[in-house]
Write a protein that binds this ligand. Sequence first.
Ligand SMILES: CC(C)(COP(=O)(O)OP(=O)(O)OC[C@H]1O[C@@H](n2cnc3c(N)ncnc32)[C@H](O)[C@@H]1OP(=O)(O)O)[C@@H](O)C(=O)NCCC(=O)NCCS
Length: 194
Amino acid sequence: MEDFVFIRPTKEYEQQAYEYIQEFYDYNSPINGVSGLHRYIGNYDGWLKKLEEDRIRTTVDEKVPAETFFLVRKSDNKLLGIIKIRLILNDSLLECGGNIGYGIRPTERRKGYSSYQLYCALKFCKEKGLEKVLLTCDKDNIGSAKTIQNNCGVLENEIINSTDGKVMQRYWINVEEAFEKGKEKYENKYSRTI
Ligand SMILES: CC(C)(COP(=O)(O)OP(=O)(O)OC[C@H]1O[C@@H](n2cnc3c(N)ncnc32)[C@H](O)[C@@H]1OP(=O)(O)O)[C@@H](O)C(=O)NCCC(=O)NCCS
């Protein structure tokens, strides 16, 4: 059994957060699903402030209420992933972006962590009363598409992303169904503390 914590970012993880982003650069990975952290290098407090503003927001316009979490492995207290949950969609997110965006650091990929991290986020969505969530990903991002499919994602359609011209997939997840199926799949393999 592997143990994790799924927590809101705290000051304690400042150095690790920078190292996390640096790894994306070192491995030439697309910077995606980091909740804007790469724009706050050297200003971690500013990033925490932005996350708090996202968290307490009640309005929906260009920005929407959102929560960000870290997935941390307990055995070595290592930051493995970041996931952002947008609790309400605006028109733009409904087309592209969806409710949830995520990433796993390059050296910890292909171990099932992204699929598990999404399950943890879906559990949070259930607690918040969300019934279904939209996830979008580039069609050629196989790891992301499989992360969604591993959590009961149902493909609604494929559209051309107007910003980069790439084919993007739009999936809906029924939160209750994903939570029930995820319980069987993950709860005997992983444990976690919120
Ligand atoms: C996409 C991403 C989150 C996947 O993380 P991960 O921890 O490797 O994902 P998992 O280990 O849970 O893998 C899920 C499935 O995808 C497969 N997979 C992962 N990366 C893959 C790749 N590059 N090519 C083919 N398959 C891949 C895994 O083998 C696994 O398959 P399985 O369920 O059949 O066993 C990670 O690559 C990443 O952070 N990428 C950059 C940011 C990003 O693209 N975020 C998503 C934006 S929509």
